[in-house]
Design a protein. Sequence first.
Length: 291
Amino acid sequence: MIAPALRHRVAPLLFALIAVVGTLGSAHAATDSSAWVGDSRSAFRLLSGAPKDSSLQAGVEIRLAPGWKTYWRYPGDSGVPPRFDFTRSTNLKMVEVEFPAPQVWRDETGTAIGYKHAVIFPLRITAQDKSQPVTLVLAFDYAICERLCVPVSGEAQLQISPSAAADDAALVASQARVPTKSKLGADTPLSIRAITQEGHGSAPRIKVDVAAPPGEKVELFAEGPAADWALPVPEPAGPGPDGTQRFIFAIDGAPPGVDPKGATLLLTAVAGNRAIEVPFRLDGAATPALK
């Protein structure tokens, strides 16, 4: 399904008439990964990682042929976010999907957010019975784009053991790219130092000042409180105070009939190998860092 989008998000997206449907990835008990599911343009698989604390660790890896791209949880003006369905798994209590920091690209269809190369989405897994393995069954829907955008679907399966000793260097590297929770004004190398709201009513403008190490390019993304929001990508607006980089965006894309006042947005800042998430309430007050 195409992600809900207002404005011009759906019209530019040209889907191929026939979806690419992946074949079933067979179960690989006691191995570190499932079979690849897909074709020469893209494929995905499940990876096993070493347990951490009380959680099992795994990942969903997508490989992409040169020139093909896939999307973040909020795809921008056009695109489709990935959808993960684990309902057919066994001994699974909960799974949390994490998203590494994305990139932005602009073309004739607008501005999109996602990944231009291979990506691993880390999974934090809680078992019903923590002494037993989890059989993870993923029904996965995502989209890939080159000149055309093509929906892809398939299923993969992997047993995740509490005694796994997987070689998970790639998964650990991907986990390090997941934005960390932060607070407005945090004294860290990458931080959102100030957020200013200009105007009120249905379409206020938001100014965001981001501090980053010298010479590092900053990208900023804004998400609404629900999937039916379609906020624009914040645009660079020159230097801010005290060496910060300033971004500006309008609250354009709230669902019809929704007053954005009081809504909590999530801002994601990316610079070099650092990425943070900062929540912000549109009445002008910052919310506490997410737990």
